[in-house]
Design a protein around this ligand. Structure first.
Ligand SMILES: Nc1ncnc2c1ncn2[C@@H]1O[C@H](COP(=O)(O)OP(=O)(O)OP(=O)(O)O)[C@@H](O)[C@H]1O
Length: 878
């Protein structure tokens, strides 16, 4: 009974045939692998990549959302995965999980998810993959466009793109306002992925030669509802016109638009709606604790101060409704030194400053940022503990975005909303409807520090601060007045004088639109059938007002463009009636409102109190704005629309103004424009004495430098003018005369200058020749002296017989020169009797002095006689 090798014990030898077969199989497998590798190595890179791409694309359809937990579960390129990993992004968030797969398949996507849930990567990853799939190169031009509503958000998105896409070869660019347009224009054509703000993008589309988006594959609108709302409507329509219809479109926001009209504008094709938290109990992050307090308007600043004092180790953002509030309260709080570092971010700062503040706040552990709604959307400041909404947001969506600056990506955060008693009911209702869980909390009166007195004393010492407080006051009232939801925002319920006092102002500045509103309460608000408030101002506009308004803006624009002062973003905004940033756009609206107030022509009246003395006079805030911060962009645009009540600094009389206006028959309701002539007449009537500037000349004469004295006309004529007012024709004539007089004076001066120059040159020549003659004399004297010294006969003193001829020739030459000189002299004398003619001795003259007398020969004969004499002399010599 034999045993097989297999059944033999462990020490038995293995079957050599089987071992050989196994080895052979392994070997051939290895060989084939090597062969394949060699084959692949021979392939060009693009071909290998194409194969990889086609493999990835085959997997797109197999994506199962439920199985995805990490980015590597998606069929993504190695380059993107590496970028994500290096930036520490491994696990996907819900919105990323649900939208990346759809976007990879080329679908149009509308994504909505709570704030801080990672929407940025949800569109950046498909953008990178989309272009990678097409093996996009710089020669292909613009492939993807990402539009953000604010510059800061665009900047932030660009930074994330740089981090995640760093292993790809695409070129990416950030195009936002406030930078050099030319510099951008030079580079924009080579950009594959462009992150931009709408205003700036359109500006390039209009102005940059060769810039086009005809190859565009993907369009992304971050904060889509904001970009598609009224503020950006015109710009976006113009941009969309420049984009190809065949493209993929991705829209993301925490408060997504569902408006069919909006979406139709984008010509989406069967879009996929992804509302991640639609069924969630709340629309805000679960880690966000939200409360509100109700307090009077005049208490708010003290509440803010007390809040900051009790949160010195925290990082907070405080939202205000206008730039001027931020500007004033920032300054005032810095002076109060609450013990925490304070920063300010708003649309009136220069772009560089905005970036600096952004970076500074990102880097701080404990600080407070005073901001407008510019910072409400999308900004991802790390580790923010508190969001305080100092002014009520315009709607629940704005509330959600503002509050969403804290409690981001699994972090905790707290939000506190300050409401006025008049705002409470409406706002809380809106928030509850939007599934925002807010609870009321009460202020502890013991912990409230009243700072009104401190503010008053600060303002008393600082005029600039006081003016800022006035602007802040007007700006806040105006922002409430402009809010659409009149159920929440009722300007008539505001305690105006108390509010002014709380800002440190003794007297409330005058607010024109409020006065108008009080005068015409019925006209102001027009309520539609369904009880909704329709914007009142458009209805009360006459065509004249609109025209004047437009002309005013055009004029402003042309002046600013010529001066080159306007920031590029603003430039466009005004031209097309849209804005780059949220805040800027709001400001523009405010300007319009103010201008509108002007055209209505109602007389100003005090809101603060009727006791205000008549002396008070309106002075445009423009004067006040001139000395604004260096870091703030030009305020001038809207400044002269705003009027605040101030002392009658210049002693001008308002009554006179009124009588002037009354005399002029008004054809329309539009206030008559005051012409320059009328202004001049007014000034003349008042008999203003202008300051004089008088200087003394070297001779001690008095010279009036300013105002310039009229020299061309007699005083009688001036007297005539005074008697009859301004005679424009005479004034013109006089100006022309004055002009002639000036020209003549100028000509004389130039002549005198030239003459002086000539004389100087002559003098210099004469001096030079004198010096030369002197040198010669000295030389000769030296020779004579040496002769004496030798005490013997020097043959060199004798005339050289060989040179005799030449000396004779030279004599002849000398004579000729002499004659020609005399001729010249005579001619010159004829030409200008007054001019002194004195030509210095020439070299020939000097030669002559060697042989003859140095005295010039003056025969006293005429030129012809002179010539004859010379010939005679020559003949006699020969
Ligand atoms: N997959 C991820 N893993 C880790 N962190 C992530 C991930 N995705 C996003 N984050 C982080 O979450 C934070 C919020 O992301 P993001 O700014 O994209 O939110 P958002 O949804 O766009 O917010 P908002 O609605 O306010 O614009 C960021 O700090 C980001 O780095």
């Amino acid at each position: 009974m034999g045993k097989t090798s297999a059944s033999q014990g462990p020490g038995a030898r293995p079957d050599p045939v089987r071992s050989f077969n196994r080895w052979k199989k392994k070997h051939s497998h290895k060989q084939s692998q090597k062969k394949q590798l060699r084959k692949q190595l021979k392939k060009p890179e693009w071909q290998v990549e194409r194969e990889v791409i086609s493999r990835l694309m085959q997997n797109f359809e197999k994506i199962n959302v439920n199985e995805i937990t990490r980015f590597s579960d998606f069929p993504l390129s190695k380059k993107t995965l590496k970028g994500l990993q290096e930036a520490q992004y491994r696990l996907v968030t819900e919105i990323q999980k649900q939208t990346i797969g759809l976007a990879l398949r080329g679908k149009d996507v509308l994504g909505a998810a709570k704030t801080g849930s990672g929407k940025t990567l949800a569109f950046l990853v498909p953008v990178l993959e989309g272009l990678y799939r097409l093996q996009w190169t710089s020669a292909d031009g613009l492939g993807a466009l990402i539009i953000s509503p604010t510059r800061e958000l665009a900047y932030q998105t660009f930074e994330v793109l740089r981090k995640v896409g760093k292993n790809h070869d695409f070129s990416a660019g950030l195009i936002i306002g406030g930078k050099d347009l030319k510099h951008e224009a030079e580079r924009i054509n080579n950009i594959n992925i462009l992150v931009c703000t709408p205003g700036r993008l359109l500006q390039h589309m209009d102005e940059t030669i060769c810039f086009h988006a005809t190859n565009l594959q993907m369009l992304v609108l971050d904060e889509a509802d904001r970009i598609l709302d009224m503020g950006f409507a015109d710009t976006m329509n113009a941009i969309i016109e420049n984009l190809p219809k065949k493209r993929q479109t991705l829209l993301f926001s925490a408060t997504q638009t569902k408006s069919v009209k909006d979406l139709a504008r984008l010509s989406l094709k069967n879009p996929e709606y992804v509302w991640v938290h639609e069924k969630a109990k709340y629309s805000t992050p679960a880690t966000l604790e939200q409360n509100y307090i109700v307090c009077e308007l005049q208490q708010k600043i003290s509440v803010l101060y007390s809040f900051l004092r009790s949160h010195l180790k925290k990082k907070s953002i405080v939202f205000f409704s206008s730039c001027k509030e931020v500007q004033y309260l920032y300054r005032v709080f810095c002076r109060l030194r609450p013990g925490i570092s304070i920063l300010a971010l708003h649309g009136r700062q220069q772009q560089m400053r905005r970036m600096e503040v952004y970076d500074e706040f990102v880097g701080k552990r404990a600080a407070v940022l005073f901001a407008t709604d510019l910072a409400a959307r999308g900004l991802d400041f790390p580790a923010v503990n508190w969001v305080l909404q100092f002014d009520c947001p315009e709607d629940a969506n704005t509330y959600i975005h503002r509050a969403g600056r804290t409690a981001r990506y699994k972090e905790d955060g707290e939000a506190l909303l300050i409401l006025l008693p008049s705002e409470e009911k409406g706002m809380v209702q809106q928030l509850l409807q939007k599934k925002v869980p807010v609870k009321e909390i009460k202020i502890n009166p013991e912990k409230l520090t009243d700072i009104q007195k401190k503010l008053e004393s600060l303002l008393a010492q600082d005029q600039d601060l006081k003016e800022r407080a006035q602007r802040c006051f007007v700006s806040y009232i105006r922002s409430v007045y402009l809010m659409k939801d009149k159920e929440i925002f009722d300007v008539s319920k505001l305690p105006i004088p108390e509010y002014a006092l709380s800002l440190g102002l003794a007297v409330a500045p005058r607010v024109r639109f409020l006065q108008r509103m009080q005068k015409q309460p019925n006209k102001e608000l027009v309520v539609s059938q369904d009880n909704k408030v329709i914007e009142p101002r458009t209805l009360s506009l006459t065509s004249d007002e609109v025209e004047e308004f437009r002309a005013y803006f055009n004029e402003k624009m042309s002046i600013l463009q010529k001066g080159g002062k306007i920031p590029e973003g603003t430039e466009y905004r005004l031209a097309s009636g849209i804005s780059d940033g949220e805040e800027e756009e709001k400001e523009c609206e405010q300007e319009m409102e103010e201008k509108l107030g002007k055209t209505k022509g109602s007389q100003p009246q005090s809101v603060s109190s009727n006791k205000e003395p008549q002396k008070n006079k309106e002075v445009p805030v423009q004067f006040l704005d001139r000395d604004d911060d260096d870091d703030e962009e030009d305020d001038g645009l809207n400044a002269d629309f705003i009027k605040v009540k101030r002392r009658n600094v210049f002693g001008l009389d308002l009554k006179e103004n009124k009588t002037l206006q009354k005399k002029e028959p008004s054809k329309s309701s539009v206030e008559k424009k005051v012409t320059k002539v009328a202004e001049a007449k007014k000034v003349m009537k008042r008999n203003f004495k202008v300051n004089k500037k008088i200087t003394f000349t070297d001779e001690g004469e008095l010279v009036q430098q300013w105002p310039q004295v009229q020299k061309s006309v007699s005083k009688d004529t001036e007297g005539e003018d005074d008697a009859g007012g301004i005679n424009l024709d005479k004034a013109k004539e006089r100006l022309q005369e004055e002009d002639k007089f000036d020209k003549e004076e100028y000509r004389k001066k130039i002549k005198a200058k030239h003459r002086e120059k000539r004389l100087k040159e002559r003098e210099a020549r004469r001096e030079a020749s004198k010096k030369q003659a002197k040198a010669k004399d000295e030389e000769e004297a030296f020779l004579d002296w040496s002769d004496d010294d030798n005490d013997g006969f020097d043959p060199s003193t004798l005339p050289d017989p060989d040179k005799y001829r030449s000396s004779e020739e030279s004599d002849n030459e000398d004579m000729e020169n002499k004659i020609s000189d005399t001729k010249k002299k005579k001619a010159m004398r004829k030409k200008n009797d007054s001019e002194v003619e004195d030509v210095g001795p020439t070299s020939h003259d000097r030669k002559k002095t060697k042989w003859e007398t140095s005295e010039p020969l003056d025969t006293g004969l005429s030129l012809a006689e002179d010539e004859e004499l010379v010939l005679h002399l020559l003949k006699s010599q020969s």
